[in-house]
Design a binder for this molecule. Structure first.
Ligand code: NAP
Ligand code: L37
Length: 297
């Protein structure tokens, strides 16, 4: 059996078309576009590509995107001063400080300085706390939110499913597990100290891999018919010398023979991350403007 492909690019395009309608409504109601500010410190090439895609997608959806690049030797105080400026800016609804940050900057302190109502990455403790207690007003990290959207589109109700999340980062693994628990899955979180990871994965009706190890999850780790979400983005040497390509955390060709449905890399979770950033920005904008959230947002 060959698994159904979960097309994240198509799902993200559909969502972005919907969001553009909500963005027009917001602009018509308030007389201003919803605004997203992205902050990138230094020149990490992957981060630069992602931030550029995020600004482009923001503008394409009819929102206002402001990019604030800072040099690699920026001090923590300078970055905190920029966050304060963006917190105060009435035209900015969402602030995204792209991670990783250079070593001289404490990322936790920067994230804590962002107004929780503008924290469209959902990394502030106020938002992670709200997610943990099941408060629907939480701004939820974009990547797990995108994974959940794909899972619900594929499966409908997730209630009662055995879900295994590999990875326990604050950015992906932990919020993913919280969302799946919120959907009434039975959730296991696996990590680098998990004993017999393959056997743990074989229980999963839903398997989410967020590890950062190329093709670590093998075909025989997958329960026949399971739904597999591959979050991993790993750059590996390509077929031609000097070229690279990206692969996920799942050995795709093997897994496809076992799974019921699977996300590819690229074209799976990555595009959904960007669509959900636009969604979070619009949600933050409506709340800040005192507008009710339109249905479907
Ligand atoms: P991270 O902070 O490095 O966390 C990786 C997690 O994997 C950790 O919890 C770690 O366990 C666990 N792990 C490492 N080796 C393992 C092993 N051999 N067996 C089991 N677990 C292991 O990474 P992240 O930020 O969560 O990102 C994970 C992956 O997703 C990366 O490839 C990243 O590029 C990708 N990503 C993609 C998107 C997207 O939009 N598609 C967005 C964000 C991240 P310990 O906690 O025990 O160390
Ligand atoms: N929200 N996301 C947020 N904040 C951060 O601080 N680091 C970080 C973050 N991560 C992030 O933006 N990840 C990400 C990963 C992949 C894509 C977008 C964002 C993406 O678009 N991937 C495409 C193409 C990948 C490529 O060719 O390099 C894909 O199809 O997977």
């Amino acid at each position: 059996m060959s698994a159904a492909l979960i097309d994240g690019r198509a799902a993200a395009d559909a969502l972005r078309r919907q969001l553009a309608i909500h963005a027009d409504f917001f602009r018509a109601s308030t007389g201003r576009p919803a605004g997203l500010a992205t902050v990138l410190v230094g020149e990490d090439p992957a981060s630069a590509v992602y931030v550029r895609s995020k600004i482009k997608a923001t503008e394409e959806a009819g929102m206002h995107g402001v990019h604030r690049p800072l040099p690699a030797d920026t001090s923590e105080a300078e970055l905190l001063a920029l966050v304060v400026e963006l917190n105060r800016d009435p035209g900015i609804d969402g602030i995204l400080v792209q991670l990783p940050l250079p070593a001289q900057i404490d990322a936790a302190r920067v994230i804590d300085s962002i107004d929780p109502g503008k924290d469209v990455d959902g990394f502030h403790v106020v938002n992670s706390g709200r997610l943990a207690i099941g408060d629907p007003t939480a701004l939820v990290p974009c990547t797990p939110l995108g994974c959940l959207h794909l899972l619900k589109e594929q499966l409908g109700s997730l209630s009662g499913a055995e879900a295994v999340v590999i990875g326990r980062s604050n950015i992906v693994g932990k919020p993913m597990a919280a969302l799946l628990l919120g959907e009434s899955c039975t959730v296991t979180i696996a990590h680098s100290r998990t004993r017999d990871l393959a056997e743990v994965c074989r229980r999963a009706d839903i398997l989410v891999a967020a590890v950062g190890r190329p093709e670590m999850v093998r075909g025989d780790w997958i329960k026949p018919g399971a739904t597999v979400i591959d979050v991993g983005i790993n750059r590996v040497p390509g077929a031609e010398p000097g070229k690279s390509r990206i692969v996920g955390d799942v050995a795709f060709a093997e897994a496809r023979e076992m799974a019921g449905a699977i996300t590819p890399v690229p074209g799976g979770v990555g595009p959904m991350t960007i669509a959900m950033l636009l969604r979070n920005t619009l949600v933050a904008a409506h709340r800040r403007a005192g507008l009710a959230l339109p249905k479907g947002l």
